[in-house]
Every structure is written in structure tokens, then in C-alpha cells.
Write a protein that binds this ligand. Structure first.
Ligand code: AMP
Length: 503
């Protein structure tokens, strides 16, 4: 069996690896490290979770032991699609580079240019950057790319999804042709193959099997739900409460970042210990949120696929799929967040009548039938009233309690209109992109500090039930989750109550 000693790494690096507790290299490490140390280009086809980061960090550290950085001329450059991934790679340099004296500069958006400028001025051995911020620095004349000896392009397929390819092409043009290039992607669609052909010279191709299978340690269940947002949120709350004794911490996945915001706020209102992670949060909030989740200060983290992609959060006990993912592979990624390293984990997925096609695709990909928790969709109780009728009744007077709830949600109207707009245009799939912004839906500070009278550590992670909340008499707990008010809410004029088809 190959050990780290067999790969040609320096003693300083080997010591750090031993201190990190690793003895056996993962397949991507065993395959990529020796040719990388021989200054070969690498085409690594592997996802996060395979030990991919160390497969480029360890040889880079060894190679960087010779030579020194010059001001504003970084020696190596690592491009990452998201700030979190960039920060995670920086942490890896800290962990494995603890016996080295290397300057590592992190150039990511959302933090001030000044500190980054100072680091560059001192001379960076390793520059870890997201493409946009790197180009900003280049345009300000603070950065020369002509000294880059090693270029790493990580998560190339994510870069493609996020529209970064033109930026990457611009950056690569600034770097000498004589560089060594390490290129990683989880998948190889034609566009990525074209880039690899253009950027790499005679690369060593290292491919790690794509996880189309799910870990045997993860128990998977489907939970039938009615399809309106508030109905799904109620189903989820019930599910979380039913699992309370077993949940250490959980990630809840939504397909749209708008829904991440809505669900996060809803869980907060219901007194759950929750955080959220999505692409439009400012950097400080994202890092604080992630830190609090990793430290166990937050029990539930609501996230979109893109925001959560590649995050190294070990030991999550539960994954809840609030939405059935549109792309079947995302299901495998999502539930791969639990049951890591042989631990047991639980994955639940809410399924509505609209989701059967995507559920079929998941079961086809994984080759497994997933069991229903308490009866399939045919076992769902009939709704007592039609959705429209129910909404109108409540708005028009209904029970006092319902009216109170809706009144409490008046401030949400703007965002509800956004939700309606999203549904109208039927945006599906991965819409966690730059174009869709939801600052209005989610006040920034809310990501960091909950508006709660009770100190966080005294709060129960999973409040008992909705009735108890009511008795606490806390208004912000009372005003969720009646049917979502759309447009005018309860002040709706009579003429608007005429049924009209929304296309
Ligand atoms: P990555 O794919 O780089 O995100 O790494 C996923 C996780 O695997 C991280 O928590 C690493 O610390 C861990 N890891 C990396 N290399 C090894 C190894 N050789 N043995 C065990 N765990 C590792």
C-alpha cells in the first residue's frame, strides 16, 4: 500500500501530514502528487471530499521550499470559484505549511483591499484568489503575474456554472507559458475539456471515480408533503422535531437561494437554532455563520448547493432536502455531507407531487429505491380546501388567529412577491447565481446575531411545538407560517379576488 513517504514529499511536509493524523494518501493524492513534484501538468478529475486539496497543496509546499517571493510578484496562484473554498484552501496551507515560513495571501471579495495590498507588497509565495477580486487587483496595478510558476485552477466546472470562464481566460493570459498548471474539475463537460486542452501541456490525467453511489452508512428516507411553501415548512418542522433526540447538527438544502432565505427566517421565527448560507451574503456573515455551525453554536444550516459546495464540515448527523434537487448528482453530493468517514448519518427528503420525475432520476442514478418514512404520496391526507379558496377565506376574515399571522407577515410582502415572480417564471435548477439578489429578503446582520431575548446558549435547539410558542406570547413567533400572503396580503381589494390564471 502506498504511504505518504513513498510520494516524494519533503520532510517538513511529511511531518505536518503526520501531525494532521493522515498516514495513507487518498487515490487522488497518490495519483497526483508524484507527477506534480516532477513539475508535470495535472488534469485531476475529482470532487471535494476526495482529499483533492491536499493533492495540490502538499506538492506546492515541497516545491516552494526553494526560492523566495518578490514584492507584488506571487510565485504561485490558486483560483477558486467561491470565497469559502478559497478560505478553506488557505486553512490547508496553514495546516500543512506549519513548518514552512511562507506568505499566503487570500484575495477574495467582500473584504478590504488595503490588507490584501499590504500582503502583496510583502511578497506572496501563495496567492489564493477568486477570479473577480484578482482581476480588480491587477487592474489597480498592484499585482504582476509574470512570476507565477505554478497555477492551480480548482473546481473548473463550478467556475463554468458561475460564469467565470472569461475571467479565467484573461488571468491565464497574464501568466507565463512556462508555468506548471494543475487543473481540477469534478466533471468534464466539453467546455471544460476545451479549456484543459488550451491550458495544459501533456498533463498527467488522474481520475477518481465519481460518487454515483451513496455511502452505506447513510440511512435515507423520503417524506411526503403537500407542495405549498408553508406546507413544506410545516412538514420540515415536524420532521426535525421527530428526530430531535438524534440530531447533532443538520444541513438543510434548498434549490433556490430565495427559499434559503425564507426557510431560514421561518425556522428562526419558530425558535430553531438556525443559520443560512447563500451566495449573496457578505463575506463576514458567511464566515461567521460557518464558524458558528462548525462550533456547534448553530444546529441547523440552511444552504443552497453552490454555497455549500466543497465546504469541509465534518460530522454532520443529518441532511434534510427541503427540495428534491433538480440534478440527480446534487442528491449524492448533498447526502454525502453526512455519514462521512464511516460514521452513521441520516438523510431525509421532502417529496411533493411535483417532484416524482426528479426523484425517479435520483433513484436511477444511485440504483437504489429510497424508502418512504410514513407512507408515500398516495398516503397524504387530502387538503381540506383548495389552496386558493383557503387563502382567500383566511384573508377575508377567517379565524382571528390566522389574521394575526398574516398581519405579522406584512413586512414580508416584498419578498413574497419575489417568490411569486420566481414561480411565475418557473426558474428551476441551480439559480444561486450572481443575477438573483435577495438582500431585501435577508437583512445582513440577521445572519450574525439573532434577534432574541434569550442568550443563544440558553435557547433550545428544537422548540417543542408551535402551540408552546404561542404561549410565550412572542409576536415574531406567532406570525409564521400561515399561507403565504401574495400581493396585497389581507388588504386585498375585492376585484382582485376574481380567479385569474397566472402564466
Ligand atoms: P478535500 O477533498 O480536499 O475537501 O478533503 C476532504 C477531507 O479529507 C478534509 O477534511 C481533509 O482534511 C481530509 N483528508 C485529506 N487527505 C486525507 C487523507 N490522506 N486521509 C484522510 N483524510 C484526508
Amino acid at each position: 500500500m502506498t504511504t505518504f513517504q513513498d510520494l516524494g514529499l519533503s520532510q517538513k511536509v511529511l511531518n505536518a501530514v503526520t501531525d494532521a493524523g493522515y498516514s495513507i494518501p487518498t487515490p487522488i493524492q497518490a495519483g497526483a502528487i508524484p507527477p506534480a513534484l516532477q513539475r508535470r501538468d495535472i488534469l485531476g478529475i475529482a470532487q471535494t471530499g476526495t482529499g483533492k486539496t491536499a493533492s495540490f497543496v502538499l506538492p506546492m509546499l515541497t516545491l516552494l521550499e526553494k526560492g523566495r517571493a518578490r514584492a507584488r510578484m506571487p510565485r504561485t496562484l490558486i483560483l477558486e470559484p467561491t470565497r469559502e473554498l478559497a478560505a478553506q484552501v488557505a486553512e490547508n496551507f496553514e495546516k500543512y505549511g506549519k513548518n514552512h515560513k511562507l506568505n499566503v495571501a487570500l484575495l477574495i471579495g467582500g473584504v478590504s483591499f488595503d490588507d490584501q495590498d499590504r500582503k502583496l507588497e510583502r511578497g506572496a509565495d501563495v496567492l489564493i484568489a477568486t477570479p473577480g477580486r484578482l482581476l480588480d487587483h491587477c487592474e489597480r496595478g498592484k499585482l504582476l503575474m509574470t512570476g507565477v510558476e505554478i497555477l492551480v485552477i480548482d473546481e473548473a466546472d463550478r467556475m463554468l456554472d458561475m460564469g467565470f470562464i472569461p475571467d479565467i481566460e484573461r488571468i491565464v493570459k497574464m501568466i507565463p507559458f512556462t508555468r506548471q498548471t494543475l487543473f481540477f474539475s469534478a466533471t468534464m463537460p466539453p467546455e471544460i475539456q476545451k479549456l484543459a486542452d488550451a491550458f495544459l501541456q501533456n498533463p498527467e490525467r488522474v481520475e477518481v471515480a465519481k460518487p454515483s453511489t451513496t455511502a452505506k452508512t447513510v440511512s435515507q428516507r423520503l417524506v411526503a408533503s403537500h407542495g405549498l411553501d408553508w406546507e413544506k415548512r410545516a412538514t420540515l418542522r415536524e420532521l426535525i422535531r421527530s428526530q430531535e433526540a438524534d440530531i447533532k447538527n443538520a444541513i438543510i438544502f434548498c434549490n433556490r437561494k430565495k427559499d434559503v432565505a425564507d426557510l431560514f427566517r421561518s425556522l428562526e421565527r419558530h425558535g430553531f437554532s438556525a443559520g443560512a448560507l447563500h451566495g449573496d451574503m457578505d463575506q463576514r456573515s458567511r464566515m461567521t455563520m460557518l464558524h458558528n455551525f462548525k462550533e456547534g453554536n448553530l444546529k441547523l444550516l440552511v444552504a443552497s448547493d453552490v454555497a455549500a459546495r466543497g465546504l469541509d464540515i465534518p460530522d454532520v448527523s443529518h441532511v434534510f432536502n427541503f427540495d428534491v434537487p433538480i440534478h440527480a448528482e446534487d442528491y449524492v453530493h448533498r447526502i454525502g455531507r453526512t455519514g462521512r468517514a464511516g460514521r452513521s448519518g441520516s438523510a431525509y427528503m421532502l417529496v411533493t407531487k411535483r417532484d416524482t420525475k426528479h426523484l425517479d432520476a435520483i433513484e436511477k442514478l444511485t440504483g437504489e429505491k429510497i424508502e418512504w418514512q410514513a407512507g408515500d404520496l398516495s398516503a397524504l391526507p387530502e387538503r381540506e380546501e383548495s389552496e386558493d379558496h383557503g387563502r382567500r377565506e383566511r384573508r377575508a376574515g377567517g379565524k382571528g388567529r390566522e389574521r394575526d399571522r398574516d398581519r405579522g407577515r406584512k413586512s414580508d410582502r416584498g419578498s413574497k412577491r419575489d417568490t411569486a415572480a420566481l414561480h411565475k417564471t418557473d426558474i428551476v435548477g441551480d439559480v444561486d447565481n450572481k443575477a438573483e439578489t435577495m438582500e431585501s429578503a435577508m437583512p445582513r446582520e440577521a445572519h450574525i446575531e439573532k434577534k432574541s431575548d434569550t442568550p443563544r446558549h440558553e435557547r433550545r435547539p428544537y422548540p417543542a411545538n408551535d402551540d408552546n410558542r404561542g404561549r410565550q406570547g412572542r409576536r415574531h413567533h406567532q406570525n409564521d407560517d400561515g399561507p403565504t400572503p401574495i400581493g396585497f396580503g389581507e388588504d386585498i381589494p375585492a376585484f382582485m379576488l376574481i380567479t385569474a390564471a397566472v402564466k
